[in-house]
Design a protein around this ligand. Structure first.
Ligand code: NAD
Length: 462
């Protein structure tokens, strides 16, 4: 096996594996080091993908229990087969992680199994189960991702008190689940277990859910999720969680403790930088434990680059992928760019919540002059036929130039609908540009057109 490469990538998550494949496609010799047996990182193994599988399955279960009857479909007794549901999730994960292995072979990316760390300029060591392997490269890319943030006083036991990793494979539906944190992970996994029958209480430190997302949408989401059965306790600062003889106890500042049988800690994620040998290349972390990089992902050490969750910016798989492509393109062609203004964010609850660009709160803070167009899904023929009329599309555009500054959607398939808004914004579209594009009827996408029309008071169906 060769030990000298043009590029060594440490970490095979969406940032690392995409960068490795792209670099190989551009003609570089590439190695990728990954310590987990399966490729694909948190996203494929214990994050985006398994959570989406369980969201889909649990939604079908909820529909079968109640929603089908509204469509005139009568079912007999609906029963949950949790082991089968979890097996399906594992099968999807295995298929996709094996798929990355196949892509590595096809593109001639050399895979090393073990923990990778820097060992001085141009040098990397792989700590593998068969001993140390010394590698060298012109360029080194750190794409080691992130791990769940701990919370002082919360004693993770890898079982009853756990993170998203445990919550993707509870062996039985908890009777009472306490979720700490009403962010992306907290809300998605609360939805899964609540649909499967758990009584879920979400404890959130802030006075709102989904911090960072448009607050109008977040407030609407909270109402919808409350109707679905989630209990929210806002302004609740968790100070401790411990296992007891009967289950778990969660302590909240200034309030009675909550007893439950499982606890999910979802208060954010922190970069993975343990034992990376950063000091051997003179690298230090910033105040949030991230690796500082310039606009082109270069660290302060010559030839060493970093991207994804381990650097600044949102911790999103697709952001890491874009960075992987841009970083490698720049190495090879001298040009590579990520448009951080058009990175969408999606919460895959039901309904989904999706955003791109500035939130209305940000525009207000910036004292920007903007116009706002809103279209409720109640006015959409397609949403009516789906029986999913909750939510709305909101388009925010510059008051003078009409350039679209942000689009925020809560409603059916919002995560897919946001792609059109992101594409429009990437091309510098005005709300009129979106409004003048012919949208197929009847589709949910027409709601974006209508919201764009509403920016200038011209919506037809509301
Ligand atoms: P998050 O930052 O989205 O939310 C964490 C929440 O925990 C915040 O609302 C915060 O106020 C709250 N919190 C913090 N300390 C608390 C305390 N002591 N008591 C109660 N609440 C407290 O973090 P997350 O949901 O853990 O997600 C981590 C990362 O993973 C995010 O950056 C997200 O981008 C990413 N992610 C994305 C997706 C997606 O794209 N669909 C899904 C899952 C995760």
């Amino acid at each position: 096996m060769p030990t000298a490469f043009d590029l060594i990538v440490i970490g095979a998550g969406p940032g690392g594996y995409v960068a490795a494949i792209k670099a190989a496609q551009l003609g570089l010799t590439v190695a990728c080091i990954e310590r987990e047996a399966a490729l694909g990182g948190t996203c494929l193994r214990i994050g985006c993908i398994p959570s989406k599988v369980l969201l889909e399955s649990s939604e079908k279960f909820a529909e079968a229990k109640g929603d089908f009857a509204r469509h005139g479909i009568k079912l007999g007794a609906v029963e949950l087969d949790l082991p089968a549901m979890l097996r399906r999730k594992d099968t999807v994960v295995t298929t996709l992680t094996k798929g990355v292995e196949g892509l590595f072979k096809k593109n001639k990316v050399t895979r090393f199994a073990g923990h990778g760390r820097l060992a001085g300029p141009g040098q990397v060591i792989v700590e593998s189960k068969d001993g140390m392997i010394e590698l060298s490269a012109k360029h080194i890319l750190i794409a080691t991702g992130s791990k769940p943030a701990p919370l002082k006083g919360v004693e993770l036991d890898g079982d009853r008190i756990g993170t998203s990793t445990e919550a993707l494979c509870y062996p039985e539906v908890p009777k009472q689940l306490v979720v700490i944190g009403a962010g992306y992970i907290g809300l998605e996994l609360s939805s899964v277990w609540s649909r499967l029958g758990a009584k879920v209480t979400v404890l959130e430190f802030l006075p709102r859910i989904l911090p960072g997302m448009d607050s109008e949408l977040a407030a609407e989401a909270q109402k919808i999720f409350t109707k679905q059965g989630l209990e929210f306790r806002l302004g609740a600062r968790v100070t401790a969680a411990k296992t007891t003889k009967k289950g778990c106890r969660v302590e909240i500042e200034g309030a009675e403790p909550v007893e439950c049988d499982r606890v999910l800690l979802a208060v954010g994620r922190v970069p993975n930088t343990d034992n990376l040998g950063l000091d051997t290349s003179g690298l230090a972390l910033d105040e949030k434990g991230r690796i500082p990089v310039d606009d082109h992902f270069a660290t302060q050490a010559s030839g060493v680059f970093a991207l994804g969750d381990v650097i600044r910016g949102p911790m999103l798989a697709h952001k890491a992928e874009e960075e992987g492509i841009a970083c490698v393109e720049r190495l090879v062609t001298g040009y590579g760019h990520v448009d951080y203004n058009t990175i969408p964010g999606v919460v895959y609850t039901h309904p989904e919540i999706a955003s791109v660009g500035r939130s209305e709160d940000q525009l207000k803070d910036e004292k920007a002059e903007y116009r706002k167009g809103v279209f409720p899904f109640m006015g959409s023929g397609r949403a009516r036929s789906l029986g999913q009329t909750e939510g709305r599309v909101k388009v925010l555009a510059d008051a003078k130039t009409d350039r679209v500054l942000g689009v925020h959607i809560i409603g059916p398939r919002a995560g897919d609908l946001i792609a059109e808004a992101a594409a429009a914004m990437a091309f510098g579209a005005s709300s009129e540009d979106i409004a003048r594009v012919c949208h197929a009827h009847p589709t949910l996408a027409e709601s974006l057109k209508e919201a764009a029309l509403a920016v200038t008071g011209q919506a037809i169906h509301v």
